[in-house]
Design a protein. Structure first.
Length: 98
């Protein structure tokens, strides 16, 4: 952190956070996303959660941004359930690689 003294002087101490485990990340994002569609037994929801975990690789900040964008995509399109297509659209909007 000493390479950037101006930034270092504004931060009390550096701290590196470990990536969230997939179960931790799933628990966090599930709270912020719509419930599964009972018509498909939640298969689309499960596939979408797996895509989120795979894409973010446990990075909470990225997951937070992605979930916000997913909710925006769902709202714009009038959807009430999470789908892998909504995750794909959110990834594209945020320019997140696959």
């Amino acid at each position: 952190m000493q390479q950037t003294p101006q930034l270092y002087s504004r931060i009390g101490f550096p701290h590196e956070y470990r990536p969230l485990r997939s179960d931790e990340l799933t628990a966090v994002v599930t709270q912020r996303l719509p419930s599964p569609d009972p018509a498909d037994d939640g298969l689309a929801h499960t596939a979408a959660l797996a895509a989120i975990v795979r894409t973010t690789n446990g990075n909470f900040r990225l997951a937070d941004r992605l979930v916000t964008q997913i909710r925006r995509v769902l709202d714009i399109n009038g959807h009430t359930h999470l789908t892998p297509e909504a995750v794909d659209a959110a990834q594209e909007a945020l320019l997140i690689g696959r």
